[in-house]
Structures are given as structure tokens and as C-alpha cells.
Ligand binder design. Structure first.
Ligand code: KG4
Ligand code: ZN
Length: 348
């Protein structure tokens, strides 16, 4: 029996809603419709996400976006079989909005609800692409809050290989962008400026590159960017800013590429999946593609518009759990959220 899953994402500053349907029989679930509202412009004035404003905006957006995806997919609310929401990790207040709406809809419709791990959503989002991966694979999860390498043997079978000991790669992009006077979110802005710069103009550190393990550290990078920025006499010219942006991006990308290759070597796997917002970065994609092609490794990405937070990945993770017989859906509508929630603690 096909299952129609509504997915709700509200862990940070994007409100995402989507409808995914499992097929009749074997095969991957299909995305029927998705809608997204990004709060970036609202938070830009503050230079980062303001949790209280984020929560209030999710409240305003969720039901209109739900109506939008139902209309797009030509489905009635009553046709939904399962309502999935992001249970964590993320901002507690923002998560509670999605959980509350999901449980209220579930109770009203008499349908089960399922709390999904946000990073599992990112991890499984490449299965929505036109070139979906197969298990097992190494996953490089690079978002605003997380930088992890995982060994993935199937749905719910995640083993942590290494992670950042301080800042995430996305945070390194965002903080360096701020130092360069770029707006929020900094990652895409820094990447745009980097396109005009020389990645070898400034020598920036590649922390833990030769540490022998699969951990990352990006906190020192922003200090190095700041130190370099202070060396400019007066305000930097456009070319200096572009060169520093390109050098920063090159430092982050080199570490991510080399550690991913190391993880492939350590596991002996021939497949890499890249997920999370930083996975949209073009320089990262180009360098990973080139390095992996030389080693005969296949690389899979989510569609670019599904790299950053969205509801489709939450609906997809729930649908794949349903297919795997692992969806511990609830019908008591007692919900909780897990602002901190390690991905490798998910039971297989
Ligand atoms: O996965 P995501 O949407 O949210 C979290 O779960 O954190 O990732 C957001 C992060 C931000 O740090 C943002 O600056 C970064 O992804 N990002 C990028 C690019 N697009 C988004 N970083 C570098 N290059 C990009 N093109
Ligand atoms: Zn995310």
C-alpha cells in the first residue's frame, strides 16, 4: 500500500513542508510537492538567527505552506497517512512549532505522527535526486551546526567516523563572511565573492589535516581570517576581500576533501554522499568530484535546492523508515523535541 507522508521542517530558519509517497511495492519514495519559506531576510538585520523570531515566523508559515503543497500535489488533507516533523537537533522553540502543528494535524485527522532526526533527513536527501546512491556509503554531513563523517550501512544504521571538535564548516563560512563584511547567511555570499579571488593569495591554516583521525577543527580559521584582515592597511580593496574569501573557501574545502578521502580509505567503501547546506558549495563539489573520479569513487549529492533545510528531506526520511519497517510512529500525540540529539544514537 502506498503511504502519503507529510514532512514538516522547522528546526532553524527555514519553514519547509513537503509531500512524499512510497510506491506500491519496491522502489524509492517520490517527492510530490514541496514548499519552503526562508527567514534569511528577517534575520539578516541581526547578523544571525534570532530564535524567538524564528519560532514566531514558523507559526505564521506552516499552515499556508501545508495548504500550498496539498494544492500543488492535488491531494486532500484527509489523504495524508503519516505526518513527520523534525524532532531535533535544532532550536527548541522552533522545533516545538513543527512538532505542535504535526501533532495537532495528526490528532485532528486520526493519523500517526513521526519525529525525524534532522541530520537523517540531510543524509537521506540524495535519495530524492536523479542519481540516488546505494548503501553502504560514507557520508560527509556539512551543515551550519554539524560537520561529521559517517559510515552508513542502511536506514538507521549510522556509525560516526569523525566530527568537528569545535565550529562546523558552515559556521566557518558564516563567521569568516561576517569578518569580510558580508551579509547573513554568509556561506553563499562568501562563495560568490571567492569566485573573483585567488585561493592561494593568503596562507590560512588547515587544522587537523594531518591529525591521523577523521576529526575536524575550524575555530582557528576565523582567527586567522581576522588576523589577515587586520593586516590590510585601512579598508581592504575589493580584490583583497575576494582573495581572502577565496583563500578561506580553499582552506575549508581542502580539509573537507582530504578527510572524506581518508574516510573512504579507512572504510574501504567506494561511494560518498555529501549532504547539508555546505554541500551546495560549488568549489567543494568540483574538488570532491575530481578527487573521487581519480579513485573510481562515486559521489552523490542532493539536488542543489534540497541541500539546505527543507521539508522534502524530512518526509523522505520518514518514508524510508516506513519502508524499512522502522517507523516508530506515535498516535498518543504526546510530543517532545530533542534540541541536542546525536545521529549515531538512532536505533537501527
Ligand atoms: O543544512 P543547513 O541549511 O542548515 C543546518 O542544518 O545548519 O546549512 C546551512 C549552512 C550555513 O552555514 C550556510 O552558510 C551554509 O550551509 N551554506 C553554504 C552554501 N550554501 C549554504 N556554505 C558554502 N557555500 C554555499 N554555497
Ligand atoms: Zn540542516
Amino acid at each position: 500500500m502506498p503511504t502519503l507522508v507529510l514532512g514538516i521542517e522547522s528546526s532553524c530558519d527555514e519553514t519547509g513542508v513537503a509531500l512524499v509517497r512510497t510506491p506500491d511495492g519496491a522502489g524509492l519514495p517520490a517527492l510530490l510537492a514541496h514548499a519552503l519559506h526562508t527567514q534569511a531576510a528577517m534575520h539578516a538585520d541581526y547578523g544571525g538567527v534570532v530564535p524567538e523570531l524564528a519560532s514566531r515566523d514558523h507559526i505564521r508559515r506552516l499552515l499556508p505552506l501545508t495548504n500550498q503543497v496539498l494544492a500543488q500535489a492535488g491531494q486532500a488533507l484527509e489523504a495524508i497517512d503519516l505526518i513527520a516533523y523534525t524532532r531535533g537537533p535544532g532550536l527548541a522553540g522552533a522545533l516545538l512549532v513543527g512538532a505542535g502543528v504535526a501533532c495537532a494535524l495528526g490528532a485532528a485527522l486520526g493519523r500517526p505522527v513521526l519525529g525525524v532526526h534532522h541530520l537523517e533527513g540531510h543524509l537521506l536527501s540524495p535519495f530524492l535526486s536523479s542519481d540516488p546512491p546505494e548503501f553502504p556509503f560514507v557520508a560527509l554531513l556539512v551543515s551550519g551546526g554539524h560537520t561529521q563523517l559517517m559510515r552508513v550501512d542502511g536506514v538507521g544504521r549510522y556509525a560516526l567516523l569523525g566530527e568537528t571538535i569545535d565550529d562546523a564548516a558552515g559556521e566557518a563560512f558564516d563567521k569568516s563572511a561576517k569578518l569580510l563584511g558580508l551579509g547573513y547567511p554568509g556561506g553563499p555570499a562568501l562563495a560568490r565573492l571567492a569566485a573573483f579571488g585567488d585561493p592561494e593569495a593568503y596562507k590560512l591554516p588547515r587544522p587537523l589535516l594531518r591529525s591521523g583521525d577523521l576529526d575536524f577543527s575550524f575555530a582557528g580559521l576565523k582567527t586567522a581570517v581576522l588576523t589577515q584582515a587586520r593586516k590590510f592597511e585601512g579598508a581592504p580593496c575589493e580584490q583583497q576581500r575576494a582573495d581572502l574569501a577565496a583563500s578561506t573557501q580553499a582552506a575549508i574545502v581542502e580539509v573537507l576533501v582530504k578527510k572524506s578521502l581518508k574516510a573512504l580509505e579507512a572504510t574501504g567503501l567506494q561511494r560518498l554522499v555529501v549532504a547539508g547546506g555546505v554541500g551546495a558549495n560549488q568549489a567543494l563539489r568540483e574538488q570532491l568530484d575530481a578527487a573521487c573520479a581519480r579513485r573510481g569513487v562515486r559521489v552523490h549529492y542532493p539536488e542543489p535546492h534540497l541541500c539546505t533545510d527543507n521539508g522534502a528531506m524530512i518526509a523522505m526520511a520518514a518514508a524510508m523508515r516506513v519502508q524499512a519497517g522502522m517507523a516508530a510512529a506515535r498516535t498518543d500525540y504526546g510530543f517532545d523535541v530533542r534540541p541536542r540529539w546525536p545521529l549515531d544514537s538512532l536505533a537501527a
